[in-house]
Design a protein around this ligand. Sequence first.
Ligand code: ATP
Length: 140
Amino acid sequence: MKKEFVVIGLGRFGGSIVTELVELGAEVMAIDISSDRVEEYAQIATTAVTADTTDESALRSLGIRNFEHVVVAIGENIQASILTTLILKEVGVKHITVKAQNDYHEKVLRKIGADQVVHPERDMAKRIANNMLSNNILDY
Ligand code: ATP
């Protein structure tokens, strides 16, 4: 059976996660509040839906709790990111990964139960710097 994922927020990070997961053979539901962004991913994702994920009933009606892993890639709107994560926890999503904007954001996300918090630019910079020092240019 194919693995099923949800990506909320289709900016550069969320959009790249969708594309990568699909290329790896997964089923992906892509969600954004902006119908233009959803339109962009309609041909790429398995399903693309326009929804405000701070609306609990909207999330429930998408059957969100049946997916194994949800990625919250809402960037600038920290309030929406936190509220979305909280709702995902409450409906019982098993694994939640969230993109953090800063350390305060991360602190709150961990407190409310995000399983994995990522800082894409910072994480990638660390990885590249480490690889530069170990002269391992093959794995950037
Ligand atoms: P990146 O650097 O990856 O592009 P970003 O920090 O610029 O990310 P944003 O553009 O702020 O990220 O947010 C990513 C997406 O999240 C946007 O497409 C935005 O429409 C979407 N988004 C914001 N609020 C909500 C919400 N309440 N429900 C669903 N999607 C949302």
